[in-house]
Design a protein around this ligand. Structure first.
Ligand code: ACO
Length: 425
């Protein structure tokens, strides 16, 4: 028997039965019974905006899967580029498909000299790299006017390749500019993570040789951050994309959403919090303060996960591998103590607050030498493939333009008063 709900309009006594499909009820049947009565759902807390077959999350069980593959398996066996292909096209690539995809990405990593020389170098010397990234992604739209042809499959594919390939180049260029170092051109002989590390850190050596453990750590962090279904930035991508804007400006909008401290900035907040705690001895006092309402335990809690974030477990493991190379981040002991105290405290247990992906990722980035301002940029690089996968899916479903309703609470109709007749409030 199909599960369903029945909604009755008490004004008329009319009812409608709405089937529960895939854990959701369609708003179409509701609209037939109650035209002009909107769901008031700030922040989309109870709204499924779309159907999607890309990423599955079970927040209570702590499960995350891309296209059906558990995140743990992808993190241990795959690479970021393979995962990007999987997210975009729905299946893991064959050898021939993957070699073609890698070739295309590798040969689109260069950015137009004007993007770097005129655009990026035109920023103020202390410009935030995330602000530079957002603007430069939008600027790419003007270099590729054919990107407006969003329903041409080959052209669409070309823009996807360009975006995934060029975002790391822009990201590294923004960092080099902010520290006054010369731009490093992409190196086609390096893998995706090695090339990114080369563009970040190369100095006078003929070829930058990334430590393989660090390159793998970056690749796994990119896998973990590639997609997370309808989060704030992905929803932004879908909303902008629904107006049929080109993918560059849509990605720039998504990256702007990621710039916010509630989204891409939490790992930076974790590092600042750990630094301000200062030592393991201060942890109990800090936890007391959090419980008394003096701020939050950064890197804990999640809107969807009410269990250990599966990505956090993997990041915790990578942290140890990275610290073997870089030396231990001195903040790690404070983080471990905080986790231990919080996970055995009734306040956090009863609210189902567990470490999220950001709790340990900032420690890794810091140990690898990335400045705090690069943390959201490091998130945007892999999330580009997730944004584009959702953009492709949205276009393939021929969706309408996103246009929610509102509950108007303002003034009723009134007449315009000439300025000389207006009184101060
Ligand atoms: N520290 C202390 N208490 C917390 C925390 C925390 N980190 N997170 C939630 N709580 C408490 C709240 O005070 C609230 O308690 P109450 O019921 O007594 O009022 C209860 O837990 C529920 O919290 P909400 O704010 O309703 O949960 P919501 O789902 O809206 O928020 C969020 C999720 C924003 C992630 C929150 O847990 C938080 O602020 N965490 C810290 C910031 C952080 O780590 N963000 C990264 C998220 S992961 C990502 O974006 C990639």
């Amino acid at each position: 028997m199909t599960e369903s709900i029945t909604v009755t309009d008490n004004r008329t006594g009319e009812s409608v039965e709405i089937p529960i499909m895939n854990g959701a009820v369609s708003s179409t049947a509701w609209a037939k019974l109650l035209p002009g009565i909107w769901f008031h759902d700030p922040a989309f807390m109870n709204t499924a905006e779309c159907e999607s077959s890309i990423t599955y999350i079970d927040g209570d069980a702590g499960i995350l899967r891309y296209r059906g593959y558990p995140i743990e398996e992808l993190a241990s066996k795959s690479t970021y580029l393979e995962v990007a292909y999987l997210l975009l096209y729905g299946e893991l690539p064959t050898e021939a498909q993957f070699s073609q995809f890698k070739h295309e990405i590798t040969h689109h990593t260069f950015i137009h000299e004007n993007v770097r020389k005129r655009f990026l170098e035109g920023f103020h010397y202390d410009a935030h790299p995330m602000g530079m990234l957002v603007s430069a992604i939008a600027a790419l739209s003007t270099f590729y006017p054919d990107a407006k042809d969003i329903f041409d499959e080959d052209r669409g594919h070309e823009q996807i390749i360009r975006l995934i390939a060029k975002v790391p180049t822009i990201a590294a260029a923004a960092h080099r500019f902010s520290v006054g170092m010369p731009f490093v051109y992409p190196d086609n002989d390096l893998s995706f993570p090695e090339n990114f590390l080369s563009m970040m850190w190369k100095t006078a050596e003929p070829r930058f040789a990334a430590n393989p453990k660090l390159a793998r750590a970056i690749d796994v962090l990119f896998i973990l951050h590639a997609d997370h279904e309808q989060n704030c930035s992905t929803t932004t991508m879908r909303v902008i994309g629904s107006s049929h804007a080109d993918p560059y400006v849509a990605c720039a909008g998504a990256a702007a959403a990621l710039y916010g401290p509630r989204h891409g900035g939490a790992n930076e907040a974790v590092v600042r919090m750990l630094s301000s705690i200062g030592s393991m001895d201060n942890v109990p006092e800090f936890i007391r303060g959090v419980k008394a309402g003096n701020g939050r335990l950064q890197g804990f809690g999640h809107r969807v996960y009410k269990n250990y974030d599966p990505r956090a477990k993997i990041v915790r493991q990578i942290a140890y591998e990275v610290f073997e190379v870089t030396g231990k981040n001195p903040l790690l002991d404070i983080a471990l103590k905080l986790e231990e105290v919080a996970l055995s405290d009734e306040y956090f247990i009863s609210r189902k607050l567990y470490p999220n992906v950001d709790f340990y990722s900032g420690l890794i980035y810091q140990a690898m030498g990335f400045p705090l301002t690069m943390f959201p940029v490091l998130f945007a690089i892999p999330r580009t493939s997730g944004w584009l996968a959702h953009w492709l899916e949205m276009l393939s479903m021929n969706t309408k333009i996103a246009r929610p309703r509102q509950v108007y609470t303002g003034s009723p109709e009134r007449s315009y008063l000439p300025i000389e007749q207006r009184k101060p409030e």
